[in-house]
Ligand binder design. Sequence first.
Ligand SMILES: Nc1ncnc2c1ncn2[C@@H]1O[C@H](COP(=O)(O)OP(=O)(O)OP(=O)(O)O)[C@@H](O)[C@H]1O
Ligand SMILES: [Mg+2]
Length: 268
Amino acid sequence: MSTSDVPEQPALQIVSAGKVFQTGNGPVEAVANININCAQGEFVAILGPSGCGKTTLLRMIGGLIAPTQGDILMDGYSLSRDHSAARTKLAELAFAFQEPRLFPWFTIAENIALPLRLRGFSKSERMNRAQELCDLVGLRGFEKARPAQLSGGMRQRASLARALSVSPKLLLLDEPFGALDAMTRDLMNIELQRICATTGATVVLITHSIAEAVFLADRVVVLTPRPGRIHAIHAIGLPRPRTIEMQESMAFQNHVRAIRTDIAGYPS
Ligand SMILES: Nc1ncnc2c1ncn2[C@@H]1O[C@H](COP(=O)(O)OP(=O)(O)OP(=O)(O)O)[C@@H](O)[C@H]1O
Ligand SMILES: [Mg+2]
């Protein structure tokens, strides 16, 4: 609770945001009327059926595509109106996409450190940070490997490490763990929770796993089928740090059940 009466500026404001794509077959409404405010350091998970507009929403938040309705604000600056301030804000965010998007001709360490190279860090700084991040995501020993020599799950971890390289204030994650085995996924969830607690980053995570959303998030946003609208928002008040064992608890299971019931109640 803030000690002052002035409400804190949300780190991220999604204001009546919508997106209609113009296609050869006519307009496709992907996302409609999304309103979400995220506090600095808040972890928001977004769930919704395939094709409902989750990636579209994340790409709008990250400034990769413009909304056709409404606006996105970072620390109060509008991406569509406050261009120069918004550019500074966009430099403080990082993405990990649904597919890893590594450069095949770079080593894993070079891929991870690429955002640092673009920001002018020295080679030794870059390689030290890449080493730390390889350790963090379990890629020690693969620093000099090329992406093609890694499994899909390992490439996905390298992609997450690259997103973390810049210590982002806003982290946008599009199903980063979808391709991982259950054990690695648990480990990555624990790591991600730890990283968020240490860095204070605001996170928007898209996932298809209700359990993952409940485990990681302060709030879980459930979207409807396309066009994605907000169907429900669940506040997850479970104490932190959360543990894998907590997933067996009644409180955890109740959250999972409530979200499942929401999803079963989609408008037809
Ligand atoms: N660039 C584009 N041009 C035209 N239509 C698009 C474009 N990008 C997305 N769409 C359409 O918008 C809708 C939402 O797509 P989006 O990728 O956001 O869904 P999603 O919720 O991320 O799905 P998934 O869970 O399968 O990743 C789909 O109908 C898709 O075909
Ligand atoms: Mg998607």
